[in-house]
Design a protein around this ligand. Structure first.
Ligand SMILES: Nc1ncnc2c1ncn2[C@@H]1O[C@H](COP(=O)(O)OP(=O)(O)OP(=O)(O)O)[C@@H](O)[C@H]1O
Length: 886
């Protein structure tokens, strides 16, 4: 490329940015390989100097002038072309021998103020934070035709403004606010001004910015005047919680504590008490352990000594609590919940003030909320309408402008998401950290100072404790827990009495402080009675001395260093261990028929359904089948990318008839609003797994429905399962309207055939290209003989595969046939679509009342649990046997 070089095409660069690749990205020139030699030998012009891409005067290029390439943004093609004049490219090698393009210009335009600011900020960022995530080597491409430059050209910036991405911090920290304020200031500055005016306007801008900077109120100031009239929330009257928390609970519509909250919160607030809490699924355990933590943080903010402490280290928070969860999704959910509680109260302050002015109105609202909560508590049977949620307050939107730092800052650290970002979050400091053990231990290993932060926590929470020992992360969990363990001397001499805040370990190797007053909370819906007995008797200490070692919950408990000699064990799990508002049912069918009955159920009872499958392969088979049948299905399993897992959960949660097909990774803790049905496509192996899976529905006293699909081979498993729940295996059978089945069967048959053919084609294409791809990736040439062998093999396999699978025309016809079937109405036996007033079942009345089933003509619109309520178990069994015979 000569001194009159013309255009740089930001194609791949832009497309990569669209896929949220790191900022430091690759820049390709059209026909890069052809020009590479030329470019690499070209010399910079006399007096030319290095320039950055964003300093250049890029001009939009009409797409007509580019002959080649496509403009298909989705596929990573061209999205936007820009050109620049008078710039040369020089190739330099960095220390690692990687080629890097340097832009040389002899007429670099003066930077606009905004550009200069941006540049300064970027430089400051690098000084402050070290290399960015992209610079650390993640996702860097090794192609030597691609050169690394700072991709901050104007087209780049405008096409893909930086997004929040997978920020896992539930609330912003002080330093977030600084950055945000910087951005806001930068954006408001005029673009280019005359050079002679620049100096003065810059000075003015600086002066006026300095004048305008008003120090934001401290966290203490923001909460010190918060008051709350306890009469507005009589249900929480006995709980000695900070007024801000009461406001939050009021704003969230939680008019009274759930049973576990009523019992666990007051004990969790007491000095030196540890809590082991066992309560049914969906009973509010997250708040039961979070409220004492949040309360302690708020109380300490209100104390004068803590004000002095925090002003000594402005912007940096000390870690107070660590919450460990078994799955990434659960950790992210808990982080969100805990982070939003206090914020709900902060946002609702004005509204509550207004309401206290009008007490009568407030009381009326409170009574209404209570009445609804009571109504829900009864779990009204047979109600046609969904039971309403407790009254949710309309939370006032945050005022415009930079978001103030959260009162309590919560960060989440989980595997599968950017660890660089998580390290940065943790380094910035937070009050509460929610984490999965694997990623957390990685961070501890990398950074000793982070490990010592964990030693100084005041609260350790193990959520879903019994699952934590199954995840294959027991070693990491043990290591993390080990950080909070006192030395023998501390345990025996009770060092905490001498120094109530801190006690130091005496070993030479580790002189970091371990708190003597850490409170430990262990929660689950399923903790064995034996274990609870041990805890109550205090005999866990004996097994500790005996040096129990293994991977059981008892072992975990012995490894936890409860400061409380007798941790409070609160077990309010119900008889039968399942939630009272859950209705169960079953369908007995052959393994091969499960697809059909699942399809039937999903069409017959629209709603949000969570289908549990025993294996990832099972999910991989069901998803394409149901997609072919045009059902809104989303997969969730451990082999999906984390971002995809979260996206699928999100889609499921926002689709009223969404279907999530998942492994047991979704069985624990997930609080997805209004899941109507849980379907055990394959039965779980343990009663605990059944309880947790079923617990994704019927949460917070709402109605829910659980369906077991039992094949003859699973009958034994079902018996054992029900026995360990103290029940008989006889559950009411799901009523099946046989008239619908033949059409559904036919749809499934065709969908399977299409799916099989498509799978075959995909496999062929994959086999065909793998060797070439591997060779390309390794940058090696394939031997000519090998290539011809490969092509022969390909031809052979193509012809044999073609013989096995339907022809393209047949595939086309099958798709047409399926579409036609999907368009046809489904009708119950005896219903005539042509003559709705005749036939053995007239549907005209339903149609007139608009009370007809959305896709199955003649079927009732009752909910699954209503149908089951009206069918006693034995009667149902006769029905199904009769159906099997006919
Ligand atoms: N006091 C309350 N009043 C009304 N709803 C509440 C209250 N406390 C919590 N909830 C709601 O109950 C639901 C379940 O809470 P949570 O997820 O904490 O249950 P859990 O006991 O941890 O369940 P699991 O055992 O499945 O993990 C949430 O949607 C939450 O918002």
């Amino acid at each position: 490329m000569s001194g009159s070089s013309k255009s740089f095409v930001l194609s791949s660069l832009i497309a990569q940015r669209k896929q949220k690749k790191p900022l430091k990205s690759s820049l390709k020139t059209p026909g890069a390989s052809a020009r590479k030699a030329k470019a690499s030998t070209s010399k910079p012009q006399a007096k030319s100097s290095k320039v950055r891409a964003e300093e250049l005067d890029w001009k939009k290029l009409s797409t007509d002038s580019y002959e080649g390439g496509t403009f298909d943004g989705d596929e990573g093609g061209m999205l936007l072309l820009e050109e620049v004049d008078g710039v040369d490219v020089q190739w330099e090698e960095d220390e690692a021998g990687r080629k890097k393009a340097v832009l040389m210009s002899n007429k670099a335009p003066p930077l606009s103020m905004r550009q200069a600011q941006k540049r300064k900020r970027a430089e400051e960022d690098i000084i402050r934070e070290g290399p960015s995530e992209s610079e650390s080597g993640d996702d860097l491409e090794g192609d030597d035709e691609q050169v690394t430059i700072d991709a901050t050209g104007p087209a780049f910036q405008s096409a893909f403004p930086p997004s929040d991405d997978e920020d896992v911090e539930a609330g912003m920290t002080d330093s977030d606010v600084e950055v945000k304020q910087e951005e806001d200031e930068g954006d408001s500055i005029e673009p280019d001004v005359k050079p002679e005016l620049k100096a003065t306007s810059t000075k003015k801008a600086k002066a006026s910015t300095a004048d305008a900077v008003v120090q934001p109120p401290s966290l203490q100031d923001r909460i010190k005047d918060i008051k709350f009239d306890p009469d507005l929330l009589p249900g929480w009257k006995d709980q000695p919680l900070h007024p801000l928390l009461k406001k939050s609970l009021f704003a969230l519509g939680f008019s009274r504590p759930s049973d576990i909250q009523a019992k666990a919160v007051p004990i969790g607030l007491q000095e030196g008490r540890d809590v082991v809490g066992v309560a049914e699924t969906g009973s509010g355990k997250t708040l039961a352990y979070s409220l004492p933590i949040l309360n302690t943080l708020l109380e300490s903010l209100s104390r004068p000594e803590s004000i002095a402490e925090s002003s000594a280290k402005p912007g940096k928070r000390e870690l107070s609590a660590l919450i460990l969860c078994p799955t990434r999704e659960l950790a992210l959910q808990v982080g969100k919940v805990v982070g939003s509680v206090v914020e709900a109260g902060m946002n609702a302050i004005d509204e509550v003030k207004e309401e206290t002015d009008d007490e009568a109105e407030a009381l009326a609202k409170e009574e209404e909320a209570e009445a609804r909560w009571k109504k829900k508590g009864k779990g009204k049977k047979g109600a046609n309408k969904k039971v309403e949620q407790p009254v949710k307050k309309v939370v006032k939107p945050a005022p415009a402008g930079p978001r103030p730092p959260p009162i309590v800052s919560v960060a989440t650290v989980v595997g599968g998401l950017s660890s660089v970002k998580q390290k940065r979050l943790v380094a910035r400091g937070c009050d509460i950290l929610v984490a999965t053990p694997g990623r957390l231990w990685d961070l501890c290993e990398e950074d000793d100072s982070f490990a010592s932060q964990i030693k100084r926590i005041k609260f350790l929470v193990i959520d879903e404790a019994d699952r934590m020992i199954e995840t294959g992360h027991f070693a990491e969990l043990e290591n993390i827990v080990g950080l909070t363990v006192r030395t023998k001397e501390m345990q025996t001499t009770n060092a905490s009495e001498d120094d109530p805040t801190f006690a130091r370990t005496n070993t030479k190797a580790d002189t970091t402080a371990v708190r003597a007053d850490i409170k430990t909370f262990v929660f689950s819906a399923t903790l064995s009675k034996d274990l609870q007995g041990n805890l109550k008797r205090g005999s866990w200490r004996k097994s500790k001395k005996a040096g129990n070692s293994g991977n059981t919950l008892d072992d975990l408990i012995t490894k936890l260093d409860f400061r409380d000699p007798k941790p409070e064990v609160i077990d309010i799990s119900p008889e039968g261990r399942l939630v009272a508002t859950l209705r169960e049912s079953m369908v007995e069918c052959m393994t091969l028929e499960k697809d059909l009955y699942l399809y039937y159920f999903l069409l017959r009872y629209p709603g949000r359904s969570l289908v549990f499958v025993g294996s990832i392969d099972g999910i991989r088979r069901l998803i394409p089948l149901f997609e072919m049948l045009k059902m809104p299905v989303y997969p969730l399993h451990s082999q999906l990318q984390q971002k995809q897992r979260l996206k699928n959960l999100d889609r499921f949660a926002s689709s009223p008839n969404g279907i999530l097909i998942a492994t047991d990774v979704a069985a624990r803790g997930l609080d997805i609003p209004s899941v109507d049905h849980v379907i055990h496509f394959q039965l779980p192996r343990t009663a605990d797994a059944y309880i947790h899976r079923s617990g994704r529905t019927a949460r917070a006293k709402q109605d829910g429905f659980s369906l077991q699909m039992v094949s003859p081979e699973e009958r034994g498993v079902q018996k054992a399962l029900m026995k360990s729940l103290g029940r008989t295996p006889e559950l009411p059978e799901l009523a099946i309207e046989p008239g619908f089945l033949p059409k559904l069967k036919e749809r499934i048959r065709i969908a399977r055939e299409i799916e099989k053919a498509q799978h075959q084609i995909k496999k062929e294409n994959h086999d065909k290209s793998w060797l070439k791809e591997v060779a390309e990736a390794m940058d090696v040439d394939i031997d000519a003989d090998m290539l011809s062998d490969l092509e022969e093999n390909e031809a052979d396999s193509r012809s044999s595969a073609k013989n096995k699978r339907p022809s393209d025309t047949k595939l086309f016809n099958l798709k047409g046939e399926l579409n036609e079937l999907l368009r046809q109405p489904l009708m119950a036996r005896g219903v005539s679509a042509k003559y709705p007033t005749s036939g053995s079942r007239t549907v005209i009345d339903d149609l007139l009342r608009d009370d007809n089933h959305p896709v199955m003509l003649g079927a009732s619109t009752a909910k699954a649990f209503e149908d089951v309520d009206s069918r006693p178990a034995k009667k149902a069994r006769k029905f199904i046997n009769k159906r099997a015979r006919t």
